[in-house]
Write a new protein. Structure first.
Length: 250
């Protein structure tokens, strides 16, 4: 059996809401409950330029929560402060990975306080750029009630380090025959072609989309660790080969 989830990243007060609304309309038409990565205190210069400031931002977040969307804590400021690639070695930029525990605790504490003040329940953590480390998890345990991480590279939900993990493996829709797959979109940069492909996919496979509440989490084993490390090193090798090919062309 195959299960699909979908995650939208970078909801903040200065979004281009037209780009986001088309996703919300599509999901509501087919009863899909996505994961929404909500930035509690955005200072990312790129995202500040996407649209006009929305004074009803938190009202929007609460409305999405009432519809059954899963609201995730997408870091604190969405501002990269290190080049550490974290546990998953996904990118060389991070708001969290590599920072001292005390700095990460401050970020998680401030973010949690904002969500609480706005009456929003955050049920999962979503690190900007997929980069975080053990100290991030320690901070989450100390200063939040979050028990789920929306990240990972395996093909099924699992339990590790005291958290439930929902892997986020794909940046676009792709037909799969089995297991659990998360499609991770960024509405601000999603092209019309990518959205059209998403629409077609949902029309055909909407019955296979599930909410986070429907997931079953298995224990993370030594074999899973080997599989995940193999995926990481395979991706790192691929990236190095791409970089070398680009240098040769230059």
């Amino acid at each position: 059996m195959v299960q699909y989830l979908i995650r939208l990243d970078d909801l903040c007060p200065t979004n281009n809401l037209t780009k986001w609304q088309r996703f919300f309309n599509l999901f509501d038409d087919f009863g899909i409950k996505p994961i929404i990565a909500v930035i509690p205190y955005n200072v990312d210069p790129k995202l500040l330029k996407c649209g006009n400031y929305n004074p009803n931002y938190w009202q929007l977040v609460r409305e999405l929560q009432r519809k059954g969307y899963t609201i995730g804590m997408h870091g604190y400021e969405h501002l990269y402060q290190s080049t550490n690639s974290g546990l998953l070695r996904m990118n060389n930029r991070s708001e969290f990975a590599g920072l001292p525990l005390i700095a990460q605790e401050a970020k998680i504490k401030h973010a949690s306080e904002i969500f609480k003040q706005e009456g929003v329940i955050t049920s999962c953590f979503i690190a900007p750029a997929h980069t975080f480390d053990i100290n991030t998890l320690i901070a989450l345990k100390k200063y939040s009630y979050i028990k789920t991480i929306s990240d990972g590279l395996l093909n099924m939900p699992y339990k590790r380090f005291g958290f439930n993990w929902i892997p986020a493996q794909l940046s676009e829709v792709a037909e799969k025959k089995a297991n659990t797959w998360t499609f991770n979109y960024h509405p601000e940069t999603c092209t019309d072609r990518e959205f059209y492909n998403l629409e077609k996919f949902i029309v055909k496979y909407y019955k296979h989309f599930v909410s986070t509440d429907a997931l079953v989490f298995k224990e993370y084993t030594w074999y899973d660790s080997i599989k995940e490390q193999a995926i990481i090193y395979r991706r790192l090798l691929r990236d190095k080969l791409k970089f070398a090919a680009a240098l040769l062309k230059f």
